[in-house]
Design a binder for this molecule. Structure first.
Ligand SMILES: NC(=O)C1=CN([C@@H]2O[C@H](COP(=O)(O)OP(=O)(O)OC[C@H]3O[C@@H](n4cnc5c(N)ncnc54)[C@H](O)[C@@H]3O)[C@@H](O)[C@H]2O)C=CC1
Ligand SMILES: O=C(O)[C@@H]1CCC=N1
Length: 261
Protein backbone atom coordinates (compact mmCIF):
# COMPACT_ATOMS: atom_id res chain seq x y z
CA UNK A 1 0.00 0.00 0.00
CA UNK A 2 1.54 3.28 -1.06
CA UNK A 3 -1.35 5.61 -0.20
CA UNK A 4 -2.05 6.76 3.36
CA UNK A 5 1.48 6.42 4.66
CA UNK A 6 2.79 8.27 7.69
CA UNK A 7 6.23 9.59 6.83
CA UNK A 8 8.85 11.40 8.89
CA UNK A 9 11.84 13.38 7.65
CA UNK A 10 14.65 13.68 10.20
CA UNK A 11 16.45 16.86 9.16
CA UNK A 12 13.33 18.05 7.36
CA UNK A 13 14.08 21.76 7.79
CA UNK A 14 17.57 21.53 6.24
CA UNK A 15 18.49 22.53 2.71
CA UNK A 16 17.60 19.13 1.29
CA UNK A 17 15.06 18.03 3.89
CA UNK A 18 12.69 20.96 3.39
CA UNK A 19 12.69 20.27 -0.35
CA UNK A 20 11.83 16.61 0.28
CA UNK A 21 9.01 17.72 2.57
CA UNK A 22 7.65 20.10 -0.08
CA UNK A 23 7.63 17.28 -2.64
CA UNK A 24 5.88 14.91 -0.24
CA UNK A 25 3.23 17.50 0.64
CA UNK A 26 2.40 17.81 -3.06
CA UNK A 27 2.35 14.04 -3.64
CA UNK A 28 -1.05 13.05 -2.25
CA UNK A 29 0.55 9.88 -0.84
CA UNK A 30 0.28 10.73 2.83
CA UNK A 31 -2.59 10.67 5.27
CA UNK A 32 -3.69 14.09 6.44
CA UNK A 33 -1.49 15.13 9.39
CA UNK A 34 0.83 12.19 8.74
CA UNK A 35 3.94 14.08 7.71
CA UNK A 36 6.47 14.54 10.48
CA UNK A 37 9.70 16.51 10.66
CA UNK A 38 12.41 16.28 13.33
CA UNK A 39 15.26 18.71 13.70
CA UNK A 40 17.58 19.71 16.53
CA UNK A 41 15.61 22.72 17.76
CA UNK A 42 12.04 21.53 17.16
CA UNK A 43 11.27 24.82 15.40
CA UNK A 44 8.94 24.85 12.41
CA UNK A 45 10.66 27.48 10.26
CA UNK A 46 8.65 27.89 7.06
CA UNK A 47 6.94 24.49 7.28
CA UNK A 48 3.14 24.59 6.98
CA UNK A 49 0.96 23.91 10.04
CA UNK A 50 -0.11 20.48 8.78
CA UNK A 51 3.45 19.18 9.29
CA UNK A 52 4.11 17.81 12.78
CA UNK A 53 7.44 19.11 14.07
CA UNK A 54 9.47 17.70 16.95
CA UNK A 55 12.99 17.89 18.39
CA UNK A 56 12.63 14.24 19.44
CA UNK A 57 13.49 11.93 16.54
CA UNK A 58 12.15 8.95 18.47
CA UNK A 59 8.73 10.61 18.77
CA UNK A 60 8.76 10.96 14.97
CA UNK A 61 9.66 7.28 14.56
CA UNK A 62 6.77 6.26 16.82
CA UNK A 63 4.31 8.11 14.57
CA UNK A 64 5.62 6.96 11.19
CA UNK A 65 5.69 3.96 8.83
CA UNK A 66 8.59 5.38 6.85
CA UNK A 67 11.55 7.31 8.29
CA UNK A 68 13.64 9.45 5.94
CA UNK A 69 17.10 10.42 7.18
CA UNK A 70 18.36 13.77 5.85
CA UNK A 71 20.84 15.00 8.43
CA UNK A 72 24.54 15.79 7.81
CA UNK A 73 26.60 12.57 7.69
CA UNK A 74 28.80 13.90 10.50
CA UNK A 75 25.73 14.11 12.78
CA UNK A 76 24.51 10.59 12.08
CA UNK A 77 26.86 8.88 14.53
CA UNK A 78 25.38 10.93 17.36
CA UNK A 79 21.74 10.26 16.42
CA UNK A 80 20.19 7.95 18.98
CA UNK A 81 17.42 6.12 17.15
CA UNK A 82 15.48 2.89 17.35
CA UNK A 83 13.66 2.54 14.03
CA UNK A 84 13.20 -1.23 14.21
CA UNK A 85 10.03 -2.23 12.35
CA UNK A 86 10.15 0.88 10.17
CA UNK A 87 11.16 1.33 6.56
CA UNK A 88 14.21 3.62 6.67
CA UNK A 89 15.30 5.65 3.63
CA UNK A 90 18.53 7.62 3.84
CA UNK A 91 19.50 10.41 1.46
CA UNK A 92 22.69 11.14 3.38
CA UNK A 93 25.91 11.27 1.37
CA UNK A 94 28.34 8.48 2.13
CA UNK A 95 26.50 6.57 4.88
CA UNK A 96 26.45 2.85 4.03
CA UNK A 97 23.50 0.47 4.23
CA UNK A 98 25.35 -1.57 6.87
CA UNK A 99 25.88 1.53 9.02
CA UNK A 100 22.26 2.62 8.55
CA UNK A 101 20.97 -0.77 9.70
CA UNK A 102 23.39 -0.94 12.61
CA UNK A 103 22.64 2.58 13.91
CA UNK A 104 18.85 2.56 13.31
CA UNK A 105 18.05 -1.02 14.29
CA UNK A 106 15.96 -1.31 11.12
CA UNK A 107 16.18 -4.33 8.81
CA UNK A 108 14.28 -2.64 5.92
CA UNK A 109 16.84 -0.05 4.87
CA UNK A 110 17.25 1.90 1.63
CA UNK A 111 20.13 4.10 0.58
CA UNK A 112 19.08 6.81 -1.85
CA UNK A 113 20.28 10.11 -3.24
CA UNK A 114 18.17 13.14 -4.13
CA UNK A 115 18.54 16.89 -4.49
CA UNK A 116 16.82 20.15 -3.53
CA UNK A 117 15.16 20.04 -6.97
CA UNK A 118 12.75 17.64 -5.21
CA UNK A 119 10.72 20.68 -4.11
CA UNK A 120 9.79 21.22 -7.78
CA UNK A 121 9.45 17.52 -8.64
CA UNK A 122 12.67 17.77 -10.67
CA UNK A 123 15.12 15.64 -8.67
CA UNK A 124 16.69 12.39 -9.80
CA UNK A 125 16.52 10.02 -6.82
CA UNK A 126 18.26 6.67 -7.38
CA UNK A 127 18.09 4.06 -4.62
CA UNK A 128 19.22 0.59 -3.62
CA UNK A 129 18.47 -1.80 -0.78
CA UNK A 130 17.41 -5.39 -0.16
CA UNK A 131 13.65 -4.98 0.38
CA UNK A 132 10.48 -6.84 -0.58
CA UNK A 133 7.95 -5.96 -3.25
CA UNK A 134 5.60 -3.97 -0.98
CA UNK A 135 8.45 -1.79 0.26
CA UNK A 136 9.79 -1.45 -3.29
CA UNK A 137 6.40 -0.01 -4.31
CA UNK A 138 6.45 2.39 -1.33
CA UNK A 139 9.98 3.57 -2.04
CA UNK A 140 9.28 4.05 -5.74
CA UNK A 141 6.11 6.05 -5.02
CA UNK A 142 7.78 8.27 -2.41
CA UNK A 143 10.88 8.97 -4.47
CA UNK A 144 8.76 9.64 -7.56
CA UNK A 145 7.13 12.47 -5.56
CA UNK A 146 10.49 14.24 -5.92
CA UNK A 147 10.90 13.72 -9.66
CA UNK A 148 12.43 10.75 -11.48
CA UNK A 149 13.64 7.65 -9.65
CA UNK A 150 15.47 4.43 -10.50
CA UNK A 151 16.53 1.37 -8.54
CA UNK A 152 20.26 0.87 -9.09
CA UNK A 153 22.45 -2.19 -8.61
CA UNK A 154 24.41 -1.30 -5.50
CA UNK A 155 25.82 1.37 -3.20
CA UNK A 156 28.78 2.18 -5.43
CA UNK A 157 26.26 3.46 -8.00
CA UNK A 158 24.57 5.64 -5.36
CA UNK A 159 28.04 7.10 -4.69
CA UNK A 160 28.42 7.98 -8.38
CA UNK A 161 25.06 9.76 -8.33
CA UNK A 162 25.94 11.54 -5.08
CA UNK A 163 28.62 13.26 -7.15
CA UNK A 164 26.65 13.65 -10.38
CA UNK A 165 23.04 14.47 -9.58
CA UNK A 166 22.97 15.24 -5.83
CA UNK A 167 24.44 18.73 -6.16
CA UNK A 168 22.01 20.97 -8.02
CA UNK A 169 23.07 22.92 -10.03
CA UNK A 170 26.58 21.72 -9.08
CA UNK A 171 28.66 20.64 -12.03
CA UNK A 172 26.21 22.06 -14.56
CA UNK A 173 26.73 25.46 -12.88
CA UNK A 174 30.48 25.03 -13.35
CA UNK A 175 30.02 24.62 -17.09
CA UNK A 176 27.65 27.61 -17.22
CA UNK A 177 30.14 29.69 -15.19
CA UNK A 178 32.91 28.85 -17.68
CA UNK A 179 30.73 30.07 -20.55
CA UNK A 180 29.78 33.29 -18.73
CA UNK A 181 33.47 33.85 -17.96
CA UNK A 182 34.33 33.34 -21.65
CA UNK A 183 31.77 36.01 -22.60
CA UNK A 184 32.71 38.62 -19.99
CA UNK A 185 36.42 38.29 -20.76
CA UNK A 186 35.55 39.20 -24.34
CA UNK A 187 33.66 42.37 -23.39
CA UNK A 188 30.06 41.23 -22.91
CA UNK A 189 28.55 42.84 -19.82
CA UNK A 190 28.25 40.46 -16.83
CA UNK A 191 24.47 40.96 -16.64
CA UNK A 192 23.94 40.09 -20.30
CA UNK A 193 26.31 37.10 -20.01
CA UNK A 194 24.41 35.91 -16.93
CA UNK A 195 21.01 36.23 -18.64
CA UNK A 196 22.26 34.51 -21.78
CA UNK A 197 23.81 31.56 -19.96
CA UNK A 198 20.80 31.01 -17.70
CA UNK A 199 18.51 31.00 -20.75
CA UNK A 200 20.80 28.62 -22.64
CA UNK A 201 20.88 26.10 -19.78
CA UNK A 202 17.11 26.37 -19.28
CA UNK A 203 16.43 25.68 -22.96
CA UNK A 204 19.13 22.97 -23.22
CA UNK A 205 17.80 21.25 -20.09
CA UNK A 206 14.23 21.26 -21.41
CA UNK A 207 15.29 19.99 -24.83
CA UNK A 208 17.41 17.20 -23.36
CA UNK A 209 14.78 16.22 -20.79
CA UNK A 210 11.90 16.09 -23.25
CA UNK A 211 13.40 15.22 -26.62
CA UNK A 212 14.09 11.73 -27.95
CA UNK A 213 17.76 12.48 -28.55
CA UNK A 214 20.27 11.64 -25.81
CA UNK A 215 22.96 14.20 -24.93
CA UNK A 216 25.41 12.10 -26.95
CA UNK A 217 23.01 12.22 -29.92
CA UNK A 218 22.71 16.00 -29.60
CA UNK A 219 26.49 16.36 -29.71
CA UNK A 220 26.78 14.03 -32.70
CA UNK A 221 23.99 15.87 -34.53
CA UNK A 222 25.87 19.15 -34.10
CA UNK A 223 29.16 17.55 -35.22
CA UNK A 224 27.41 16.07 -38.28
CA UNK A 225 25.88 19.47 -39.09
CA UNK A 226 29.51 20.55 -39.57
CA UNK A 227 28.92 24.21 -38.74
CA UNK A 228 30.40 26.56 -36.17
CA UNK A 229 29.42 24.43 -33.17
CA UNK A 230 31.08 21.35 -34.66
CA UNK A 231 34.38 23.21 -34.80
CA UNK A 232 34.09 24.09 -31.12
CA UNK A 233 32.94 20.65 -30.00
CA UNK A 234 35.75 18.86 -31.82
CA UNK A 235 38.29 21.30 -30.33
CA UNK A 236 36.90 20.67 -26.83
CA UNK A 237 36.99 16.91 -27.36
CA UNK A 238 40.57 17.06 -28.64
CA UNK A 239 41.54 19.16 -25.59
CA UNK A 240 40.19 16.47 -23.23
CA UNK A 241 36.82 17.76 -22.02
CA UNK A 242 35.79 14.18 -21.04
CA UNK A 243 38.99 13.80 -19.03
CA UNK A 244 38.37 17.05 -17.13
CA UNK A 245 34.81 15.93 -16.25
CA UNK A 246 36.11 12.48 -15.21
CA UNK A 247 38.71 14.06 -12.91
CA UNK A 248 36.14 16.29 -11.22
CA UNK A 249 33.50 13.62 -10.73
CA UNK A 250 36.05 11.03 -9.58
CA UNK A 251 37.21 13.52 -6.91
CA UNK A 252 33.63 14.06 -5.70
CA UNK A 253 32.98 10.29 -5.60
CA UNK A 254 36.23 9.76 -3.68
CA UNK A 255 35.12 12.35 -1.12
CA UNK A 256 31.75 10.59 -0.76
CA UNK A 257 33.55 7.29 -0.11
CA UNK A 258 35.62 8.87 2.67
CA UNK A 259 32.46 9.65 4.67
CA UNK A 260 32.05 7.03 7.34
CA UNK A 261 28.88 8.48 8.89
N1 LIG B 1 22.02 19.98 0.40
C1 LIG B 1 22.03 19.24 -0.73
O1 LIG B 1 21.97 19.75 -1.85
C2 LIG B 1 22.12 17.76 -0.63
C3 LIG B 1 22.28 17.13 0.58
N2 LIG B 1 22.34 15.77 0.66
C4 LIG B 1 22.47 15.12 1.95
O2 LIG B 1 21.36 15.48 2.74
C5 LIG B 1 21.72 15.55 4.10
C6 LIG B 1 21.27 16.89 4.67
O3 LIG B 1 21.97 17.92 4.01
P1 LIG B 1 21.48 19.43 4.15
O4 LIG B 1 20.01 19.49 4.05
O5 LIG B 1 22.30 20.19 3.18
O6 LIG B 1 21.94 19.79 5.64
P2 LIG B 1 21.51 21.03 6.54
O7 LIG B 1 22.67 21.33 7.43
O8 LIG B 1 20.96 22.14 5.69
O9 LIG B 1 20.29 20.49 7.40
C7 LIG B 1 20.47 19.47 8.31
C8 LIG B 1 19.22 19.32 9.16
O10 LIG B 1 19.42 18.20 10.02
C9 LIG B 1 18.99 18.55 11.32
N3 LIG B 1 19.71 17.69 12.26
C10 LIG B 1 21.03 17.55 12.45
N4 LIG B 1 21.29 16.65 13.41
C11 LIG B 1 20.09 16.20 13.84
C12 LIG B 1 19.68 15.26 14.83
N5 LIG B 1 20.57 14.60 15.57
N6 LIG B 1 18.35 15.05 15.00
C13 LIG B 1 17.42 15.69 14.25
N7 LIG B 1 17.77 16.59 13.29
C14 LIG B 1 19.08 16.85 13.09
C15 LIG B 1 19.31 20.02 11.46
O11 LIG B 1 18.51 20.60 12.49
C16 LIG B 1 18.91 20.51 10.05
O12 LIG B 1 17.51 20.73 10.00
C17 LIG B 1 23.22 15.33 4.16
O13 LIG B 1 23.47 14.01 4.57
C18 LIG B 1 23.68 15.54 2.74
O14 LIG B 1 24.80 14.71 2.43
C19 LIG B 1 22.18 14.98 -0.45
C20 LIG B 1 22.00 15.55 -1.68
C21 LIG B 1 22.00 16.98 -1.89
O1 LIG C 1 27.96 18.50 -1.79
C1 LIG C 1 27.43 17.74 -0.98
O2 LIG C 1 28.07 17.23 -0.05
C2 LIG C 1 25.97 17.39 -1.13
C3 LIG C 1 25.71 15.98 -0.78
C4 LIG C 1 25.44 15.30 -2.06
C5 LIG C 1 25.37 16.32 -3.01
N1 LIG C 1 25.58 17.47 -2.49
Amino acid sequence: MTQGLAVGVIGGTGMLGRSLVAGLLDSGLLRSGALWVANRSGTRGALPEEVRVTADAQELVAGCDVVILSIPPAQFGALDLDASGRLVISVMAGVSLARLAERSGASRVVRAMSSPAAARGLAFSPWCGAIGDADRARVTALLAAWGKTAEVADESQIELFTAMTGPVPGFVAQFAACMAEFATRRGISPSVADMAVRQLFLSAGEMMAQGAASPQDHVQEMVDYAGTTAEGLLAMQAAGVQRVVDIGLDAAVARTRKIAG
